[in-house]
Design a protein around this ligand. Structure first.
Ligand code: PMV
Length: 350
């Protein structure tokens, strides 16, 4: 059908790392210097909605994010398009009755319902949704782990947004990146009482993009090799165990140390990178205070490449954690707090 528009829509959730990815061993393939773990937040509130369409009516590949046309010539977007087209083309070669969609220009329209590039993992949800929307359009029989290999090439952390619950991105060993993929550590239903309070300290775009920040850290930080080789492998093992055993005190300890370790290598970068601001520091002190009063860790802060805080806690401690944070920080300029549940993979579009 010459002028038909074929299309498919999907949504993808945000994930917030508790063991951080920071450093690429291969910038072209987005292969990391260490493994990482994240928690996927409910896409009822934070999500990217993407429609992928293809048609002979379109003259070229286009990508629109929040109504703004983007440049698709970048290596990351190109890598995702190329990989997905080649999987579709293999299906078309094996079955001649299939429409030749792989040769048609793509039109991708994407909408985030949260601030883009403000440390709220917009690229993660964005590339996960882009890859899944095209995979659905092409009817690829690919598992979330297979799609994670492709989404990783768009944005590293995107590979973890193909799953709900607790997700590990295994750094892998191979040079071609075929084993650098995301796997589920546990479904959201394993630990359904986990909550994440997101405090938006600034919705402004970050100063230093994660890609350029990581590259400078790898090239200049003296602390970085120790983090990648010693600190993170130990944190990965501890975190996986804490999740499987639903041990919140250990989960919190590793989460906070990991955030601090990541921001320490950022400050140890030349020139130094500062993602946190004084409001972020105030949030750290409030969480320390909450845990001191409780006599154990009932709250855990973490910060990505921006000043916004994510504070994990269990539902039973909602009043002591979310209530206290709101009471102490709610009056500060620019703070908006909202609590999210975790997202189950089974409720994601597959
Ligand atoms: O996926 P990228 O390239 O935006 O990097 C994300 C890096 C952090 O958010 C800081 C950490 C992580 O593991 O998500």
């Amino acid at each position: 059908m010459p002028d038909t528009i074929y299309q498919s829509s999907t949504t993808a959730p945000v994930n917030i790392a508790v063991v951080k990815y920071w450093g690429k061993r291969d910038p072209k393939l987005n292969l990391p210097t260490n493994s990482s773990i994240s928690v996927t937040l409910s896409q009822a509130d934070l999500r990217t909605h993407t429609t992928a369409a293809c048609s002979s009516k379109f003259t070229e590949d286009t990508l629109e994010i929040n109504s703004k046309l983007q440049d698709v010539s970048g290596v990351r977007t190109q890598a995702c398009f190329r990989e997905l087209r080649s999987l579709r083309s293999a299906l078309e070669s094996a079955d001649s009755s299939l429409l030749k969609l792989s040769t048609l220009p793509l039109r991708i329209v994407s909408e985030n319902n949260f601030p883009t590039a403000a440390g709220l993992a917009s690229s993660a949800a964005g590339f996960a949704a882009l890859v899944r929307a095209i995979a659905n359009l092409y009817e690829l029989p690919a598992s979330p782990t297979e799609l994670s290999r492709i989404a990783r090439q768009g944005s590293g952390s995107a590979c973890r947004s193909l799953f709900g619950g607790y997700v590990a991105w295994q750094m892998g060993e191979k040079d071609d990146g075929s084993d650098s993929v995301a796997v589920e550590v546990a479904p959201a239903s394993h630990w359904p009482t986990m909550r994440a309070l997101v405090l938006v300290a600034s919705a402004a775009q970050k100063d230093v993009s994660s890609t350029s920040g990581m590259q400078t850290t790898v090239a200049t930080s003296g602390l970085f090799p120790h983090r990648a080789k010693v600190v993170v492998p130990a944190a990965m093992a501890k975190m996986e165990r804490a999740i499987l055993e639903k041990d919140f005190a250990t989960f919190a300890d590793v989460t906070m140390r990991e955030s601090n370790s990541f921001h320490s290598v950022c400050s140890d970068t030349q020139p130094p990178i500062f993602y946190l601001n004084s409001t972020s520091h105030a949030a750290i002190r409030v969480v320390e205070g909450i845990n001191k009063v409780a006599g154990k860790a009932i709250a855990a802060y973490t910060f990505d490449a921006g000043p916004n805080a994510v504070i994990y806690f269990e539902e039973e401690n909602k009043d002591s954690v979310a209530g206290t944070v709101q009471a102490l920080l709610g009056g500060l300029d620019g703070w908006k707090g909202k609590t999210f549940e975790t997202q189950d993979t089974t409720k994601l579009d597959q």
